[in-house]
Design a protein around this ligand. Structure first.
Ligand SMILES: [Zn+2]
Length: 350
């Protein structure tokens, strides 16, 4: 493995196994032993670098370098510098690692800014995706990219990796809706009650941290080749038990008054409410006896166009109060804690 011009045996810089495994102590103390050069000039190439201030360049380079060193010491081989792009080509819309081009893109937002470049959490998270693609190309093959199994594992592990370097409460502070963090590392989300790869990944990060899964165990998982949720559960009996309980939870939704839609898309007529009933199975009732459901737009605000009337616990009558179409999430809670959600798409016309 070659980082900043030197060959370092990956095994040598792993955390000392005799020490108690406390990810919280990782950053300063252990990072020093990876011989960070300060600038980290050879850890990444930044396309369009001239548009950045010297201070930004230093921050990005030292953050990426820290990620590269930690990955090399704990997860796998680093073969080449990471490529970041801050070019403004207009054809890249999303911040993130692009597998085909092997580039981490930071396109400007509508205001022309790139707030993700100032977030060490986002830089490290994206660096992890790119580093896994180098060290374990078989886990990043094109055909997996759109599978939810692939997405949830990569996203969950990328946040876990970020938490090893910055072990605080939240991921990307200030970059979420209304200045909130994008995510909390520790949460009570359930994989089985979460709709997509990203929210399931958020649930997985919490399981990994709560069950004290170590970087060594994650490395074993990456090397093993069974890149599935089942495979991940095998790295720790505690994690396995937690994921089995999770998998036993089920919340069915049944509709009346309209034909059921697999995509949960409903065009509603005035005077003809859609009835939606959520039915928790026994395991869910026992595990979350205080389950409640709230309807919110993805921004976290209530719907502007539809009224949700809870006629009985977890049974709703949905009616339009205006015209338009909206994505609305049924948000599942236990007390104040979100344990999952499910998207519905409602529309109403004249
Ligand atoms: Zn990601």
């Amino acid at each position: 493995m070659k980082v900043h011009g030197k060959t370092v045996a990956a095994g040598n810089s792993r955390p000392d196994k005799k020490r108690p495994k406390q990810p919280e102590t990782v950053p300063d103390e252990q990072v020093d032993s990876y011989e960070i050069t300060g600038t980290g000039d050879s850890s990444c190439i930044i396309k369009g670098e001239s548009s950045l201030s010297p201070q930004q360049k230093r921050f990005i380079r030292s953050t990426i370098h820290k990620a590269v060193q930690f990955f090399a010491g704990n997860f796998g081989e680093v073969k080449r510098p990471l490529v970041l792009s801050v070019l403004d080509t207009g054809d890249v819309l999303r911040t993130g690692y692009h597998v085909k081009d092997d580039v981490i893109n930071f396109p400007p937002d509508e205001k022309g800014r790139r707030p993700a470049l100032d977030s060490a959490d986002i830089l490290v998270h994206e660096a992890f995706h790119a580093l896994v693609a180098q060290a374990y190309p078989q886990l990043t093959a094109d055909q997996y990219v759109n599978e939810s199994e692939y997405v949830r594992l990569h996203e969950g592990l990328a946040d876990y990796f970020t938490h090893q370097l910055y072990p605080d409460e939240s991921f990307a502070e200030g970059l979420g809706e209304g200045g909130k963090p994008l995510r909390n590392y520790r949460n009570r989300r359930r994989v089985s009650l979460s709709p997509g790869g990203h929210s399931q990944g958020n649930a997985l990060t919490s399981y990994l941290l709560d069950n004290q899964v170590t970087p060594d165990q994650v490395r074993g998982f990456l090397e093993d080749g069974d890149f599935s949720l089942r495979g991940l559960a095998q790295i720790s009996p505690k994690l396995d038990r937690a994921l089995q309980l999770d998998a036993s939870l089920s919340l069915k939704d049944k509709v009346a008054n309209y034909p059921a839609s697999d995509l949960r898309k409903y065009w509603l007529e005035e005077g003809k409410p859609l009835e939606v009933a959520f039915e928790a199975n026994q395991s869910l009732q026992e595990t979350h006896p205080n389950l409640s459901i709230e309807w919110l737009r993805p921004s976290g605000f209530p719907s502007k166009t539809f009224v949700f009337d809870e006629t009985e616990p977890n049974r709703f009558r949905v009616e339009p109060k205006g015209h338009g179409a909206e994505k609305v999430l049924a948000v599942f809670r236990d007390g104040q804690e979100i344990i999952g959600s499910r998207p519905f798409y409602f529309g109403s016309k004249d």
